[in-house]
Write a protein that binds this ligand. Structure first.
Ligand code: URA
Ligand code: ZN
Length: 358
């Protein structure tokens, strides 16, 4: 049985150069006297001078070295990883440079994967800041890169979110090329919702709640705008077990059924049908409660193990065992023991759904 991690990120060296060259979030720099560089990546994270964890996090080779990724996989018995560029992807590049950056970074990551044949695959990044034509062209080019199995995307789309009709050309190309969209949050919720004491709580509110709600709203807007009616075989993998979608799907469906505005529009596919056929959920939810909910809505054959490496490292510097990984392993075994379902979630589903053979 193979163990597959489908939620695992890198900032390849050329992206690190971009982060090091910037002075506003996201960026990487040192704050003397501490010699260790820090990554400030989340919107609004560039707060008051302090060494608390709310001012970014230390960043080392686990973020950009593929040897470190492999060592991490070996330490946690992960056979295969499907790596993705970490947030905020190419959302930060100049429009005129987007297409070329996408091409370079995707080629760079594909070369990283080729250093470990059969152990590494990838989700490519899209030049969404460039022109629509450039994004569609990159999708077609990605299909030809041997390690690419899908694309990673945030919720911003072309600037107006994922229900933007202009994205239809992108969705059509992804459907045609059979590339899975890995939908991942970055922007969270407006800072005011966290209140004036937010800084006291470090990254907890934006990461634990802002991220999943962003994903939930992003995919709900896709469903409401009929993306899955127009692209019935588009496949989308939702980060963090779909945010809160498994828990709120019934309420979403009920609100649709009771909304006169929507009743006057075209007939939409039922949410449960979209969940069962178009949506894959990762198992990055750290508890059997959330994992069972994910399986209840997507099916045990459509939930896929992940780690979110290199984010959430051990709290003791240099620590080996990643709690963020063991919590996700423990959730699978608490919910499904050693069953066929557990084996599917841990790797079998990913091998099949993402064609993880060379
Ligand atoms: N923080 C991030 O910025 N990205 C992740 O994927 C996880 C935590
Ligand atoms: Zn992630």
């Amino acid at each position: 049985m193979s163990i597959v991690d489908i939620h695992t990120h890198v900032y390849p060296p050329s992206y690190m150069e971009i982060l090091r060259s910037r002075t506003n979030v996201p960026y990487v720099r040192t704050f003397p006297p501490d010699p260790i560089p820090r990554l400030l990546v989340l919107p609004g994270e560039d707060g008051p001078t302090s060494t608390s964890t709310s001012r970014g996090r230390p960043i080392g080779p686990e973020y950009y070295s593929i040897e470190h990724k492999i060592a991490f996989m070996d330490a946690h018995e992960i056979d295969i990883s499907v790596i993705s560029l970490a947030n905020p992807w190419l959302d930060i590049v100049e429009p005129s440079e987007a297409a070329q950056r996408a091409c370079e970074i995707n080629d760079e990551m594909n070369s990283m994967c080729l250093q470990y044949p059969g152990r590494l695959f990838m989700f490519g990044a899209l030049p969404l800041k460039g022109t629509l034509e450039e994004t569609v062209l990159e999708i077609k080019r990605l299909r030809g890169l041997s390690c690419v199995r899908g694309v990673v995307m945030g919720t911003g789309g072309l600037g107006n979110g994922l229900d933007d009709q202009k994205l239809d050309a992108v969705y059509a190309a992804l459907q045609e090329e059979e590339l899975t969209v890995f939908l991942h949050p970055h922007y969270g919720l407006p800072a005011e919702v966290y209140g004036p004491r937010a800084a006291e709580y470090g990254h907890v509110l934006p990461l634990a709640l802002g991220f999943p709600l962003e994903t939930t709203i992003g995919v709900s807007r896709m469903i409401l705008s009929g993306v899955f009616d127009r692209h019935p075989t588009l496949s989308i993998l939702l980060a963090h077990s779909g945010g809160t979608l498994p828990f709120l799907a019934g309420r979403l469906e009920s609100c649709i059924a009771h909304d006169l505005h929507l009743a006057a529009g075209p007939v939409r596919r039922n949410i449960w049908d979209v969940l069962a056929k178009n949506i894959l959920l990762d198992a990055v939810i750290y508890s059997s409660v959330g994992l069972k909910a994910a399986v209840a809505v997507a099916g045990a054959d459509r939930v896929l193990f992940g780690t979110d490496h290199p984010f959430f490292p051990p709290m003791n510097p240099g620590g080996q065992g990643w709690l963020s990984v063991t919590m996700n392993y423990d959730a699978v075994s608490a919910a499904f023991g050693d069953s066929a379902e557990a084996k599917g979630i841990l790797g079998g589903n990913a091998v099949k759904l993402l064609r993880l053979e060379l």
